[in-house]
Design a protein around this ligand. Structure first.
Ligand code: SF4
Length: 243
């Protein structure tokens, strides 16, 4: 554990949770420092990064790879992803030298019981996300005590207030890009010459599952194309409580 974190945890032990103490210590830290601290705090065996291999994912994966390319990366292969996203995952694994990418699929039994006609995304998108994303991620995260993800405050909505470190129930959750601006993300792409997601050229600024992703107009937020026409703005993996 790093000195700065050890000090924070000791100083604040009586008043705040470990996540709050870490958040205070890392509030102004760079993304690399956040990942280094996560690694030192729980160790590589206990730490995973969750990535959608979407339009902004390469930046966080690049920062992680520079710290330690063997940190496990969990990728939710929902069964509804674009071929371009699956190809992009393979491109980034090779380009960044990622050594432990785990593609996680939903349970066949859950799909055949709850979504035999593959229409759940339309009739009940929350249930669809639950069996294709939330439950598979909860299973995949079981061996870990902390996870890293790429949410940013500039994405707005429920993400506008996220802290750098949270406690999502039983696990620490590190958000190294919480403070980072869109321009800083773009600078990481430019400096490292990261390949863009193939669908950006077709007008997708945010890419998830095929039925729930659409192109965005120039004056729209990047995530406006997700679950278009619905109240839904999050799939649920960032509101679930882990055990
Ligand atoms: S994003 Fe859409 S298709 Fe993907 S799991 Fe959620 S509801 Fe289903």
């Amino acid at each position: 554990m790093s000195m700065i974190v050890q000090q924070a945890l000791t100083t604040d032990a009586a008043n705040v949770s470990p996540a709050q103490a870490l958040d205070r210590a890392l509030r102004d830290a760079s993304p690399a420092e956040v990942i280094e601290t996560a690694l030192k705090t729980v160790g590589r065996e206990q730490l995973a990064l969750v990535s959608s291999f979407g339009t902004e994912s390469a930046a966080l994966l690049k920062v992680m790879a520079d710290v330690d390319p063997a940190i496990p990366v969990i990728f939710l292969d929902t069964g509804w992803l674009f071929e371009e996203t699956l190809a992009y995952r393979d491109t980034l694994v090779a380009a960044l030298g990622l050594r432990d990418v785990r593609s996680i699929k939903p349970l066949e039994e859950a799909l055949s019981r709850q979504d035999p006609d593959r229409e759940l995304w339309f009739s009940d998108p929350d249930a669809c996300c639950r069996i294709r994303k939330v439950e598979p991620l909860a299973r995949a995260l079981k061996p870990f005590s902390a996870w890293i993800n790429g949410r940013k405050r500039f994405q707005g909505g429920a993400r506008a207030e996220i802290s750098v470190v949270e406690d999502d129930g039983a696990k620490l959750k590190f958000n190294p890009f919480a403070n980072v601006s869109r321009e800083e993300i773009e600078a990481i792409y430019k400096l490292a010459k990261l390949p863009p997601h193939p669908l950006i050229a077709s007008g997708y600024l945010s890419v998830g599952c095929m039925p729930c992703s659409s192109r965005t107009a120039p004056d729209e937020d990047a995530r406006a194309g997700r679950w278009r026409g619905r109240q839904k703005t999050e799939c649920g993996i960032h509101t679930m409580k882990t055990s």
